[in-house]
Write a protein that binds this ligand. Structure first.
Ligand code: G4P
Length: 289
């Protein structure tokens, strides 16, 4: 999905999410488990404010689970309930429901004390493009396909999807913009397929990818491409080695660097080499939200 975000789009997205938030008891903030910091909207806390929040670390099947555990702790310490999920396979969806119950417990107890009739928890999904919002909604919807009626008082007709007995989910997710400012974040978003190729320099993305593997997974890098490089081998020599090993030559027997870049990015994105988490907690600032 090629969305270029302009200030007007951002303001509109924020307005829409703010409207939707009025309808729900809690929010599912969906992030990519491979980049739990880089795949968050930069203003997420200002948008969601103190609405109870479950942070869903999606695509767990593609992430390095040791790193993911550190991010789970980080989100827990922030006061959110984190849940690791794989929306494609439908893994851990029962935990999503339990987490929604946990974060809304106090509110529902208060309602009960006031003598209000018990009702299902209302929730919505929020996240940047391509983190898997539609996949998750479809997965949850499949559990019980029945849709309930429209909510009065909203401009857009919102449908509620029943998920089990205790949860109702808005059928349209809140789509917010990704972080733009930071170049490194941009490369990580590209490497995980979250942003379009045209807005980043692919050669820089491939360089970042190769250097990441040199630092964190050298043996696998060598094994996968059948090459012999060291952690400090200049990237151009790594590209040469991969090009030679894969027979990626242009006219005149030169290495076809464009093809090398393409191969590296595609194989990292599709998890052909290993499961990677690019946001490494210990290498990041304490204050990154
Ligand atoms: P969005 O609504 O947030 O924009 O994201 P969407 O659901 O369209 O998902 C974006 C891509 O991420 C899709 O792949 C989807 O299949 C994939 N995806 C979503 N959740 C998971 C997950 O938990 N694990 C894995 N491995 N992939 C996930 P696509 O290549 O665009 O489509 P397709 O090839 O799956 O058809």
């Amino acid at each position: 999905m090629a969305i270029q975000w302009f200030p007007g789009h951002m303001a509109k997205a924020r307005r829409e999410v703010t409207e939707q938030l009025k309808l729900v008891d809690c929010v599912f903030e969906l992030v990519d488990a491979r980049i739990p910091y880089s795949s968050r909207n930069p203003m997420i806390d200002e948008v969601i404010k103190d609405k109870p929040r479950v942070v869903l670390l999606n695509k767990m099947d593609m992430a390095n689970l040791q790193e993911t555990a550190k991010w789970e702790n980080f989100f827990r310490e922030k006061g959110y309930v984190p849940v690791l999920i794989d929306s494609k396979q439908g893994k851990n969806l029962d935990k999503v429901i339990r987490a929604a119950e946990e974060v809304t417990k106090e509110k529902f107890e208060r309602m009960k004390q006031k003598g209000l009739r018990p009702r299902a928890i209302r929730a919505m999904i929020v996240g940047i493009p391509n983190v898997g919002k539609s996949t998750l909604i479809n997965r949850l919807a499949k559990k019980t396909i029945a849709k309930t009626g429209n909510m009065p008082g909203v401009t857009k007709k919102q449908q509620w999807i029943k998920v089990g007995k205790s949860l109702e989910l808005l059928d349209t997710p809140g789509i917010l913009w990704p972080k733009f400012e930071d170049q490194l974040v941009g490369k990580k978003l590209s490497l995980t397929g979250a942003i379009k190729d045209s807005i980043v320099h692919l050669d820089e993305v491939a360089i970042y990818g190769v250097q990441f593997m040199q630092q964190h997974d050298l043996q696998k890098l060598n094994q996968h491409y059948n090459i012999q490089v060291e952690s400090d081998t200049p990237y151009i020599e790594v590209f040469d080695a991969i090009g030679r090993s894969r027979g990626l030559k242009a006219r005149g027997n030169e290495i076809d660097y464009e093809a090398v870049v393409e191969v590296i990015i595609r194989e990292i994105r599709n998890n052909k080499i290993n499961r990677y988490t690019f946001d490494i907690k210990s290498e990041m600032n304490e204050d990154n939200e």
